[in-house]
Design a protein around this ligand. Structure first.
Ligand SMILES: [Cu+2]
Length: 128
């Protein structure tokens, strides 16, 4: 009888936690809107720049962009905003290496003091 009660309590607890985490997931907000190259895109030549668009103007001083690919982490330079709620950066030595690439970003946008992070992938297939 006591065991049964314990199990019922556990099930209730698990149910409550599941509901709670579902709420948190739904409320999770990202200011990221789109990018060039686009998330999930397949390119026939290596990109020379990355550009990410957000809900509001990113604070460059609180932003970071990291590009990793088949050859590891790529050197990039000159992160800036074009003033169109975007971050832009030049890939220092774009390598035409076929494979999957990941862009990881960190930023704060507009008047929101929160720092957000995210990532997306694209693929380069030069056919060489
Ligand atoms: Cu630019």
């Amino acid at each position: 009888m006591l065991l049964r009660k314990k199990i019922q309590t556990s099930i209730a607890a698990i149910f409550a936690i599941t509901l709670l985490s579902a709420c948190v997931t739904n409320l999770e907000y990202s200011p990221f809107v789109s990018s060039e190259p686009a998330a999930g895109s397949v390119l026939t030549r290596a990109p020379r720049t990355l550009r990410l668009f957000y809900d509001a103007l990113p604070d460059v001083s609180q932003s970071e962009l990291v590009l990793t690919g088949p050859a590891g982490e790529y050197r990039m330079r000159g992160m800036h905003t074009m003033g169109m709620d975007d971050l832009m950066i030049e890939i220092f030595e774009p390598a035409a290496t076929d494979g999957d690439y990941t862009v990881s970003w960190t930023t704060a946008v507009g008047d929101d003091p929160s720092v957000y992070q995210g990532s997306f992938d694209f693929t380069v297939q030069t056919g060489q």
